[in-house]
Design a binder for this molecule. Structure first.
Ligand SMILES: Nc1ncnc2c1ncn2[C@@H]1O[C@H](COP(=O)(O)OP(=O)(O)O)[C@@H](O)[C@H]1O
Ligand SMILES: [Mg+2]
Ligand SMILES: [Zn+2]
Length: 510
């Protein structure tokens, strides 16, 4: 007898429908599985067989042929197990096959017949919402993730046995419904807060400016000065995610299989901290079955590159394009994949190889040449996309022990939100949403200076030996500082603060 089961597979971060046909015919007992990748075939066969037996069903002693269509896409992963098992049970008349056509069936089986979570259930749920059959059977551990898609019915199951009983009697399981608005709000709590950072007023101010204008940042300071601590708190002062943005980042995390089961939807902006030994595939995305990399996992949040000079040069070079475009395209022979990658880049580095150049005790033992060569490891084109450099000296003892209340993230975020809304208003119809995204023409249009300010900038450019590329950056950052102050004009004070944020452009070694 022939049975047909509907399921879905993943390509990149999108889902595509897969039809699973099972035919049982007379012949020597054997299983033929076609349409999967080689290793996946073998493994799936064994899991399905054990799961069926251990759930108390019969394994048919006949010839079983399983076909996964379309056959031109090599399917990977284990999320077809449950569908294959149910197809076999239907073809051997161990379950009510009339009902199979009403559901999409997904899930990986354990040998004992229980269901395990699968990757990418959110994008699959989104695809199901657009298909004709709008119900799905899925592991209870993926159910919340799937249920954030509206207009579909998600039936959570724990075991193969439960799934079969459900088909025989659909009353046994109720579809999972989520209070989306509530969940979205409830999840929007960060575990860290800026008020935990003592002192460091200048660094915190610079980060506030950076987030307000969407500027990328580089922090330079000795080990232990709090760079990582500061970086981890940046997402807490970024504007709230919209529901659509939250859905998009949840989707990326879902296909990577790192979405916590309890969350369903991610309402916090991500913070990603890839190690400097990361490969460019891990960082940028790709692989034989292309998947998103760290830059996409950081989408709408912060990508933190600690020890910037230690990263492979080709990794840093590969960041340039996504920093410009907000997405990354990975091409394969037959298809190209696009992964969103719009993130705030935050980098940190020691001032020199030993870490103590300009340190409190000036205990640096590096030669000038060594310092130069250490700093020249960061690629110029990448540096070109970083508007703000700040020095982060170790907090003084008094600051660390002070008990005075520091400002919390919510208070800082309020000012950021206000500055962002001023920018949105000004940049309406300009294809830039915040100051950092302004092009040269827009900088000239929106960052005009008065006479006094012009003089100041001219002087700074020559006195401090700034490169020409610093010019537009200083103007953009001044614009943001003026926006935070709710000032129409860029004033001398705003400009001189922005000039402070170009540490690396200044001639350090004279
Ligand atoms: N300003 C500060 N306020 C509170 N704790 C701090 C501060 N600076 C550093 N620390 C403490 O020192 C630890 C090391 O800081 P870290 O952020 O890892 O430094 P870095 O990344 O610059 O090497 C932090 O985990 C924190 O406990
Ligand atoms: Mg650190
Ligand atoms: Zn040194």
């Amino acid at each position: 007898m022939l049975a047909k089961v509907f399921s879905f597979g993943l390509l990149g971060i999108e889902a595509y429908p897969v039809e699973i046909e099972v035919d049982i015919s007379r012949g020597l007992p054997a299983v033929m599985l076609v349409g999967l990748a080689d290793t996946a075939i073998r493994e799936s066969k064994e899991r399905v067989k054990s799961a069926i037996k251990n759930s108390g069903f019969n394994w048919p002693q006949e010839r079983i042929t399983v076909n996964l269509a379309p056959s031109d896409i090599k399917k990977e992963g284990a999320c077809f197990d449950l569908a294959i098992a149910m197809g076999i049970l239907a073809a051997s008349q161990q379950l009510n096959s009339d009902k199979l056509k009403d559901y999409h069936i997904l899930g990986e089986l354990s040998l004992d017949g229980s269901l395990r979570p699968s990757k990418g259930i959110l994008p699959i749920g989104i695809a199901i919402a657009k298909s004709k059959v709008k119900s799905m059977l899925v592991s209870h551990q993926n159910a919340r993730e799937a249920a954030i898609v509206s207009n579909i019915c998600v039936f959570p199951v724990k075991t193969l046995r439960e799934a079969v009983e459900f088909l025989n009697n659909p009353e046994t399981i109720k579809p999972l419904k989520l209070d989306l608005a509530g969940l979205f709000k409830q999840n929007a709590d960060y575990e860290v807060d800026f008020n935990e950072v003592k002192g460091q007023y200048l660094a915190k101010r610079a980060l506030e400016v950076a987030v307000a204008g969407g500027h990328n940042v580089l922090m330079i300071g000795p080990p232990g000065s709090g760079k990582t601590m500061l970086a981890k708190r940046i997402s807490t002062i970024m504007p709230d995610l919209t529901f659509e943005e939250a859905l998009e980042i949840t989707k990326i995390h879902s296909v990577t299989g790192i979405l916590p089961a309890k969350d369903g939807i991610m309402s916090c902006r991500p913070f990603r901290l890839p190690h400097h030994t990361s490969s460019s595939v891990a960082l940028i995305g790709g692989g034989s079955m292309p998947g998103p990399g760290e830059i996409s996992l950081a989408h709408q949040g912060v990508l933190f590159l600690d020890e910037l000079p230690e990263f492979h040069r080709d990794c840093l070079e590969a960041l340039r394009q996504p920093l410009e475009d907000g997405f990354i395209r990975v091409s394969r022979a037959t298809k190209s994949f696009v992964f969103p990658a719009s993130f705030m880049l935050v980098c940190a580095m020691n001032p020199c190889k030993c870490g103590h150049y300009h340190g409190p005790k000036s205990s640096c033992r590096c030669s000038t040449t060594q310092i130069h060569s250490y700093r020249s490891k960061i690629s110029g084109p990448l540096l070109d996309r970083i508007d703000i450099h700040i020095e982060v000296p170790p907090a003084r003892y008094q600051e660390l022990t002070s008990v005075g209340p520091a400002e919390n993230s919510a208070q800082i975020k309020e000012r950021v939100d206000k500055a962002r809304s001023i920018q949105r208003e000004r940049l309406k119809g300009e294809r830039a949403f915040y100051n950092a995204r302004m092009n040269h023409r827009q900088v000239r249009k929106f960052c005009a200076l008065g006479k006094e300010e012009n003089e100041l900038l001219k002087m700074a450019m020559s006195e401090l030996n700034f490169s020409a590329r610093a010019y537009d950056k200083i103007l953009k950052v001044s614009r943001t500082i003026a926006d935070l102050a709710e000032s129409q004009d860029i004033k001398a004070g705003h400009l001189s603060e922005a000039i402070q944020y170009r540490s690396l452009d200044r001639d350090f070694f004279s």
